[in-house]
Write a protein that binds this ligand. Sequence first.
Ligand code: 3NM
Ligand code: MG
Length: 508
Amino acid sequence: MAPVMDLTFYLVTDSTMVPDTSTFLDQVKLAAENGATIIQLREKKLLTRDFVQRAQKVLEITRPRGIPLIINDRVDVALAVDADGVHVGQDDMPAAVVRELIGPNKILGVSCCSPEETRAVCEEGVADYVGLGTCYPTNTKDVKSVVGPIGIRKSLQVLRDHSQNNKRIESVAIGGINHTNVAKVLLQCSLGNFNEKYGVDGVAVVSCIMAAKDAAVASVNLLKAIQTSSPLEVKTLDSEYNYSEFPQKPMVHHITNNVVKNFSANVTLSIGASPIMSEFAPEFGELSGLRLPVSLLINLGTPSPATMEVFLAGLSAYNGAGKPTLFDPVAAGATLQRLEASKALLNAGQFTVIKGNVGEIMALDKLTSEYIASESAEPTMQGVDSLATLLASDVLALAKRVSAEFKSIVVITGKENFVVNAFGSSEVNTYRIAGGHELMGSVTGTGCSLGSVICAYLAIAQNTGKDMTLAVAAAVKYYNEAGAKAGLLSKGPGTFTKNFMDALSGEL
Ligand code: 3NM
Ligand code: MG
C-alpha cells in the first residue's frame, strides 16, 4: 500500500546544488528526518542506470519513514523501483498516459503555471495533486512565468470549483519558497476565510533544503515556519476524523451539572456515542476499566461539597486506568471558591483536555507560574459568562500558557474556538476554528455539551492510536459546523435545539 500523501513539506531534490560539505543522500536524509512529508527525486542529467540506483537509495531513506517517493518525469524509473508516484510537467508524458502506466494506487502530480493548465488537469481527472507555480523568482529552474500568490489563487479558484462535484485535487505552491516567506505563501495562497478556507496543502522547495549548509536546521526552520504560519485550518479531518460512524461506540462518563444532564446525554446520543451519568464512586473503577473506548467529563457547574469528592474519585479512577479526561471549569472566574475547586482538581490529577470560555481559562491562568497578578483582582466572569474581550493573539497566548502549565490540550470557546497543545514534545499545535451560531448562546447546555463530543472523540482517538489534539480539533469543528447548519434553519431557540440534534446526528 502506498504511503499516505501529505503535501505539507514537499522536498524536490536537485543534486547539482549540494554543498561540498555534504552529500546528496545526506541532504535527503536530513530532510526526511526533520520534517519533509513527501520527496520528489528530480534528476535532469543522470543516466538511466544511475537514476534507478539513486532512486533505490532514496527509497531506503523514505520508505521506512512512510514518506512517499515521487519520481520526476521518468515513469520507467518509477516503475523499476516501485516508487510511490510520478510527477510530470506540461511538456512531459500526458498525465492520462502516466496514470495508465502506473495504475490507480500510485500518486500522480502535474505542474501547472496557469489556471488554464489547472483546468485541463481537473478535466482530465487523473492527478492527485498539482504543483502551482512559479510562486517567486528562482535560480533553480528556467521558469515560464512568475505568477506570484495572485496567479496561484487563480488556479485555486479552478480547483475549488472542481472540488464541488469531484474528488479534491490537492496542491502545493512552488518556486522561491523558503522559511522566511513560507508563512506569507500559506496565508496568501488561499481563498476565503477560516470558515471556508481553500488553500494550498503545502509548499514544494528545492534550494532552501538542497543547497543548505545544514539541511537539518533548514528543514526544522521551514517546518516551524509552516506550522506557526497557519494556526487556522483543520485539514485531513474530513477523512481521518469522520466519526459520524464510529469504529466502535464510545462511552462518555459525565460527572456534570444538574442543568445540562439531559441535554448532554442527548447530544452524546446524537453523535452515536453512549452517555453515562454516574456519580456513584464505587463503580468508577469498573467503568474506567472497560475495554471499549471510554472517557470522563468533569464539569464544575452546580458544585457541592459532595460533588467535589465525586470529581476527585472520578479523576483518580480514569487517571489510574490511563483513560482520557476532560475538565470544564464552569464559571471558574466568577468566584474564588470555584477557582480553588479547580486548583484542587488540577493538583489532584491530570486532564487530557481543559475546555472553557475566555473568562474561565483566564481564571485558570491565575494559577499558572507565568501569571503576573495585575493590580485588580477583578473577576473575569459574571456568572457563567465571560466578561473578557481579548484579541485573537491574546487568546492564543493565554491558551498556550495554560496548556503548557497543566500539560493539557486547551480548548477556548467563543465566536472563534482555539485548540492548543503547547506541552507536547514537538511544536506547539494550534487550531483555530470558526463556526457556530448565535442561537447557541440562547440554549443552555450548548457550551457544556461540546465537552461530551470532545470526550467521545478522545475515547476513539485513544483506542485507535490517533493524535489526540487533532481529535479535539475535529470534535470542535464538527460541533460548530452542526451549530452553524442548525442556526441557519432555525427561527429561535426552540427550533434550534431540535435542528441542532438533527445536525449532530447527520440528519439535517
Ligand atoms: N518547478 P526553489 S519552480 C522544480 O514553477 C520547480 O513549476 C517550478 O526551486 C515550477 O525552491 C521549481 O529552489 C524550482 O526556488 C523551485
Ligand atoms: Mg518535467
